[in-house]
Design a protein around this ligand. Structure first.
Ligand code: ADP
Ligand code: ADP
Length: 231
C-alpha cells in the first residue's frame, strides 16, 4: 500500500507563504490530523492535496503517482486524483433527494445506472442512512446531513479521504458521538484520512498521529500521547 508524501511543499498567496516548506509522509490507512488555529494553513494544505488549488513548489505524491511537482511542472487535475472531500458545510444539493445527491457525482463520472444504484445503497448503509434515500436535505438533522455528505464522498471509493472540520456545525454532544463513529468507519474502510480541526480534544480522540501547525509550518508531529505529554 502506497504512502501519501508531501515533500517540501510550499503554497503561496501572492508573496505570503500560507504553507511554508512542509514535509510529511502519511502511511496508507493512517488517520492523520492537521491541528492548529485558524489561518495556520490547514485548509490550504488539504486543497492542494485535492488539487482544488495548486501548490507553488515541492511535491505531492501517492506511491509512484505524482499529483503535483513544482520542479517538473506536473499538476494532475482533481478529478484524476481519486480523493473524497468533505467540508465544514455539508453543501448537499437542496433540491435533490439523498439518493440523487449521491448519484449526481457518479453520473458525471459516467458510472452506469446499475452500478450507481448499488453504490448508493452501499454508501448509505455505511453511514447508517439506508432508510433516508428518498428524503430531502431539509428533512434531515445536521448530523444526518453530515453523514450523507460523507457517503457522497465515499461512493467514489476514494483512495484518500480529506475532511475539513466536518463536524464543526454539529452541537457538542452530537459532535462527540459523530467523531467516534467516523473513526470506526475509517478503520473499517482502511482509507488513508487527513482530518482538519482546530479542536485539540477532537484531534486527541480520533487520530493515529497529529501534525500541529502554526503559521504555515508543522511544529510537532506525533501520536496523541506524544503531543499530549509534551508541554
Ligand atoms: P492498492 O493497494 O489499493 O492497489 P496502493 O495504495 O498500493 O493501492 O497504490 C498503488 C498505486 O495506485 C500507487 O502507487 C499510485 O500510483 C496509485 N494511487 C494510489 N492512491 C491514488 C489516488 N488517490 N489517486 C490516484 N492514484 C492513486
Ligand atoms: P486554516 O485552514 O488553518 O484556517 P487557511 O489554510 O485557510 O488556514 O489559511 C492560511 C493562510 O492563507 C491565512 O493567512 C489565510 O488568510 C490565507 N489565505 C487562505 N486562502 C486565501 C486566498 N484565497 N487568498 C489569499 N490568502 C488566503
Amino acid at each position: 500500500m502506497a504512502d501519501l508524501v508531501l515533500d517540501r511543499l510550499t503554497i503561496a498567496y501572492g508573496n505570503v507563504n500560507a504553507v511554508d516548506d512542509i514535509s510529511l509522509t502519511v502511511p496508507s490507512g493512517e488517520f492523520l490530523t492537521l491541528l492548529g488555529p485558524s489561518g495556520c494553513g490547514k485548509s490550504t494544505t488539504l486543497f492542494a492535496i485535492s488539487g482544488l488549488n495548486e501548490a507553488t513548489s515541492g511535491t505531492i505524491r501517492i506511491g509512484d503517482k505524482v499529483f503535483f511537482d513544482g520542479a517538473r511542472g506536473i499538476a494532475v487535475p482533481p478529478e484524476a486524483r481519486n480523493i473524497g472531500l468533505v467540508f465544514q458545510s455539508y453543501a448537499l444539493w437542496p433540491h435533490k433527494t439523498v439518493a440523487e445527491n449521491l448519484s449526481f457525482p457518479l453520473e458525471l463520472r459516467k458510472v452506469g445506472r446499475a452500478e450507481r444504484d448499488s453504490r448508493i445503497k452501499e454508501g448509505l448503509e455505511l453511514v447508517e442512512m439506508g432508510k433516508y434515500a428518498e428524503r430531502y436535505p431539509f428533512e434531515l438533522s445536521g448530523g444526518q446531513q453530515q453523514r450523507v455528505a460523507l457517503a457522497r464522498a465515499l461512493v467514489y471509493r476514494p483512495r484518500l479521504l480529506l475532511l475539513d472540520e466536518p463536524l464543526s456545525n454539529l452541537d457538542a454532544k452530537l459532535r462527540e458521538r459523530a467523531r467516534i463513529w467516523l473513526r470506526e468507519l475509517q478503520e473499517r474502510l482502511n482509507v488513508t484520512t487527513i482530518y482538519v480541526t482546530h479542536d485539540q480534544s477532537e484531534a486527541l480522540a480520533v487520530s493515529d498521529r497529529i501534525a500541529v501547525m502554526s503559521m504555515g509550518k508543522i511544529q510537532q508531529l506525533g501520536t496523541p500521547t506524544d503531543i499530549y505529554e509534551r508541554p
